[in-house]
Design a protein around this ligand. Structure first.
Ligand code: ZN
Length: 218
């Protein structure tokens, strides 16, 4: 017998991460969630790795694995700490890092989709294949419902490049004075003394032409 462990949602902007365990022989499936707050303020401290390990331990021990039962855990780095802990508990030989497919993957995925639908968000059908498209779909949804930002992985460093998420990355916002109207403003880059800085209002008069023509397309 084998217990499989997989995750869903770690690459998705919305919600925390679903961690699930499945035993094929008995069709038992259990899951828990790495809360989205691990992907917010203190994301850089990588506490989600410990939380992932805590959840995996709990799920696997709930299955009460037989002494000869193997534990196959997904290769994703979200399980790096968890796999190490499992090896300490169950022994090197019984714990394998694998690419989890089939029923385990399907069930974990369904659990994640249920969770984001509970937020009121309807995922794209091609979410898995079109990561980029799905990211912007989720981002647009959050733009319309800013109160739902508390369910987003706002701590991801790459989000600091988007207006919607800048307030979650105060370390990457710089104070400046607009070169046109002298108003105080904030920009997402270190201002240089030899380059003009414009506030949002004045930027409209200075942005490259091609950007404004692109907007006409509907
Ligand atoms: Zn200005």
């Amino acid at each position: 017998m084998t217990v499989f462990v997989d995750d869903a949602g770690s690459g998705d902007l919305l919600f925390g991460v679903v961690v699930g365990a499945y035993r094929e022989e008995t069709s038992e499936f259990k899951y828990d969630i790495i809360d989205v707050r691990f992907y917010q303020e203190n994301f850089r401290e990588k506490q989600y790795l410990k939380e992932s390990s805590r959840i995996v331990n709990k799920l696997v021990s709930d299955f009460n694995p037989k002494p000869d039962e193997a534990i196959h855990i997904c290769q994703g780095c979200i399980f790096d700490v968890a796999a190490e802990e499992l090896r300490k508990i169950y022994g090197e030989d019984r714990v394998k890092r694998v690419k989890v497919v089939g029923e385990t993957q399907r069930l974990v995925e369904i659990a994640y989709l249920d969770e984001i639908r509970n937020l009121g968000y309807e995922p794209l059908t091609e979410r898995e294949e079109k990561r980029g498209k799905s990211f912007f779909h989720m981002m647009r949804w959050l733009k319309d419902k800013p109160e739902m930002l508390r369910y987003a992985k706002t701590g991801w460093p790459r989000l600091k490049n988007y207006n919607l998420f800048q307030k979650f990355h105060p370390e990457s916002v710089f104070k400046a004075v607009c070169s046109d109207c002298a108003a105080e403003c904030e920009v997402p880059f270190q201002p240089r003394p030899d380059r003009p800085i414009y506030c949002k209002k004045c930027w409209i008069n200075h942005r490259p032409q091609r950007r404004s023509t692109k907007k006409i397309k509907r």
